[in-house]
Design a protein around this ligand. Structure first.
Ligand SMILES: NC(=O)c1ccc[n+]([C@@H]2O[C@H](COP(=O)([O-])OP(=O)(O)OC[C@H]3O[C@@H](n4cnc5c(N)ncnc54)[C@H](O)[C@@H]3O)[C@@H](O)[C@H]2O)c1
Length: 369
């Protein structure tokens, strides 16, 4: 019997969830729910699943064994906790939540209920990141020296105006970092290891009616001593492909979007030829550089397959709750460092208090500049 999926939050990303579920072996889209009934009805009509207009009704449906959560980022916790309590497995869109306290409540509820929890980071399932990870684990980079994540993207004013939650501290939880660059922050810490200290600056430069940053620059020191930078923006026209750059004393690799574009090691191995062939087959796409809907669903499908496998085998998924929490912690540390102008050490003992978060939605922060 396939695992019945219930989609909670039927907006932009839910369309990708529906396509990914269709491409996942052992999965079936059974039902959906949105707090706006017409949104649930639209997804149900497009996919043939059952639409619910109350969360409790979806959670009471025995045909649903797992939910995917695509509500605004600061509204992930309530449906995730309710689903866990109803005994459903839970897949939550990135970021897991927008504070550590809210992430921890989701993690605790899923642990208590004994259900699988996974945070969506599709980039981890692409060959390029996995190839670099394998080379790091094999010691091919020698001593890791520098790890950079560069996300020079562009979002129109219309994008921010398209949803009341976008660009707010309360529901987006942050700007270019928390919403867009978090995929790269996750990849960077997965590859380079934990971050020990950050220093940062953020600014809101090219958008109106939002409270969050559209430019963020951070320098990092990793726990292994290596240094790095994160550059994140939605204010760089026309938007360029995102890059991850990993350097060490005996090797370097650079990823652009989903492709490896540099692969240079002091000691060659047989596997290098396969990587070079992949590089030659490179298909440049725009990724999400300028258009949030230009992302493809294959990464989601691979991650859903991983979760289905974990449920069937009784193991953990590749990206569980604590893994999803890691990037949120780094981003909150960056916000604190930017606000205070001082270095912030990790791990954080608890959620940092952020003045910007208390200011509120929209114009307040701009007025304060
Ligand atoms: N993995 C990715 O590449 C990716 C890409 C885009 C968005 N996302 C994430 O997906 C989430 C949603 O983003 P989006 O662009 O689809 O937003 P969206 O505004 O298009 O859709 C959100 C939907 O949730 C509904 N909703 C709001 N509150 C709800 C609640 N309490 N219960 C049920 N439904 C509720 C809204 O009515 C809307 O239909 C965000 O967390 C975002 O970070 C991930």
């Amino acid at each position: 019997m396939p695992i019945g999926f219930g989609v909670i939050g039927c907006g932009m990303i839910a369309n990708f969830h529906a396509r990914a579920i269709a491409d996942t072996r052992g999965a079936k889209l059974a039902a959906c729910f949105d707090s706006v009934p017409a949104a649930a009805d639209r997804l149900a009509a497009a996919t043939g699943c059952k639409a619910y207009h109350r969360l409790d009704d979806l959670l009471a449906d025995p045909a649903v064994q797992l939910v995917t959560i695509g509500t605004p980022s600061g509204a992930h916790m309530e449906p995730a906790v309710a689903a866990a309590r109803a005994g459903k497995h839970v897949i939550v869109e990135k970021p897991l939540e927008i504070t550590l306290g809210r992430c921890d409540k989701i993690i605790a509820a899923c642990q208590k209920a004994g259900v699988v929890l996974s945070t969506i980071f599709p980039s981890r399932f692409h060959y390029s990141g996995m190839e670099i990870k394998r080379a790091i684990d094999q010691g091919r980079f020698g001593r890791l020296t520098v790890g950079d994540a560069i996300v020079k993207w562009y979002r129109t004013q219309q994008y921010y105006d398209s949803g009341a939650w976008r660009g707010t501290w309360q529901l987006d939880g942050g700007g270019a970092l928390m919403n867009q660059a978090i995929h790269s922050v996750d990849l960077l810490t997965w590859l380079m290891g934990p971050v020990a200290e950050v220093q940062a600056r953020t600014a809101l430069l090219a958008h109106e009616r939002i409270a969050v940053e559209d430019v963020a620059l951070a320098t990092l020191q990793f726990a292994n001593g290596a240094l790095g930078i994160i550059e994140a923006s939605t204010a760089i026209y026309p938007g360029y492909l995102k890059r991850i750059e990993i350097h060490g004393s005996t090797g370097s690799a650079i990823m652009e979007e989903e492709d490896i574009i540099k692969w240079d090691f002091a000691k060659k191995t047989k596997r290098d030829e396969a990587v070079r062939q992949q590089m030659a087959r490179r298909k440049s796409t725009g990724g999400g550089a300028a258009d949030p809907a230009a992302i493809g669903h294959h990464g989601h499908a691979r991650q859903f397959q991983d979760v289905v496998r974990a449920i069937q085998k009784g193991t953990s998924p590749a990206i569980d709750g604590p893994e999803g929490r890691r990037s949120v912690e780094i981003i909150l540390a960056i916000y604190k460092a930017a606000e205070t102008g001082r270095p912030v050490r990790l791990p954080l003992a608890s959620d940092p208090s952020l003045k910007a978060r208390k200011v509120g939605v929209g114009g307040d922060l701009k007025a304060a500049k």
